[in-house]
Design a protein around this ligand. Structure first.
Ligand SMILES: [Zn+2]
Ligand SMILES: [Zn+2]
Length: 308
């Protein structure tokens, strides 16, 4: 394919979202002065232990805008400087509860520096500097929060994993027909995967505890209802639902979403998304709160037409 240089403006005026990653290490402690030691421990567990504990945080800043005549949304060295001066330079190797007044829990407006509270506070400190579209903070590779500038609303994701075997075949058709549809996945004795499961909940950050919902309860729901019953099983035989439904990655993700939706509602959050990574090459995502937007479908059709 040959490209002709038809745009002397280097893309000027076209829209793009860019991301910048920045890391910092900080400590924090979940402890509220209005509660007894026992209440603090029962609410926050080991996170309440003095003087605190730390994390290696990873911040992903997404920014949107139109390209300038240099072909950039923003000059990355300016972006880097803003993030460092406003956020990472202030937080790195510091105790979060003390470093910013937003986290001073001895004042009435103080909020505990949870992952979801931290991402919201960072948004407020960066929003006048950078054209933010979203922020994500990883507290660890298996826990992260997303924020889109919508008041107290945030998303929190926990990643879990389990190993399971399955076989893709429908009882009502022959082996040859199954092999035509599912290929090697239809072989009679099955095969296995290391599944990675991302469960994303949406909710309002509590102005005091900084939490969308009780994290240990959320973890317990995922462990008790999914990881424990699914791990080291042959899904088609051991999980009742898959005795009659083909356990494709899509169907497993849907079944997980169906199982988790109402228990998560009971702890005060909404199941937003389930992502099941079956292998490095394939994953399924279920958007529980919305159907795929019509516009997305339209774009897809348009782009297919354009490629034809
Ligand atoms: Zn922590
Ligand atoms: Zn498979």
């Amino acid at each position: 394919m040959t490209f002709t240089h038809t745009n002397p403006l280097h893309g000027q005026g076209r829209e793009c979202v860019i991301t910048r990653r920045a890391c910092f290490s900080s400590s924090h402690r979940y402890w509220l002065p209005e509660k007894s030691s026992e209440d603090n421990f029962s609410l926050f567990g080991k996170c309440s232990i003095a003087p605190g504990h730390g994390h290696n945080y990873e911040l992903i800043v997404s920014m949107g805008g139109k390209l300038d005549s240099d072909g950039m949304v923003l000059n990355l060295s300016d972006v880097k400087h803003s993030i460092k001066s406003k956020v990472t330079g202030q937080l790195d190797f510091r105790f979060l509860n003390d470093v910013w007044p937003e986290f001073n829990i001895h004042s009435q407006e103080g909020i505990l520096p949870t992952t979801e509270a931290l991402v919201k506070v960072i948004w407020n400190r960066l929003k006048d500097e950078l054209p933010l579209t979203s922020l994500r903070i990883y507290e660890s590779p298996t826990l992260w929060a997303d924020y889109y500038g919508k008041n107290m609303e945030a998303l929190l994701t926990i990643q879990s994993h389990f190993n399971a075997a399955h076989r893709l075949a429908k009882d009502e058709i022959s082996l040859d027909e199954n092999k035509k549809i599912y290929g090697k996945c239809a072989r009679v004795n099955g095969h296995g995967h290391n599944y990675f499961l991302d469960v994303t909940v949406r909710g309002k950050i509590d102005p005091r505890t900084g939490m969308i919902c009780d994290l240990p309860s959320l973890q317990a729901i995922i462990d008790d209802l999914i990881v424990e019953p699914f791990d080291h099983t042959f899904l088609n035989k051991d999980i009742e639902y898959f005795k009659t439904c083909v356990p494709t990655c899509e169907n497993i993700a849907l079944h997980i979403a169906d199982i988790l939706s109402s228990p998560i509602k009971k702890i005060g959050a909404n199941l937003h998304k389930v992502k099941l990574q079956e292998s490095p090459n394939n994953a399924a995502e279920i958007y529980v709160e919305q159907s795929l937007p019509n516009s997305l479908q339209k774009n897809l059709t348009n782009s297919l037409v354009a490629q034809a």
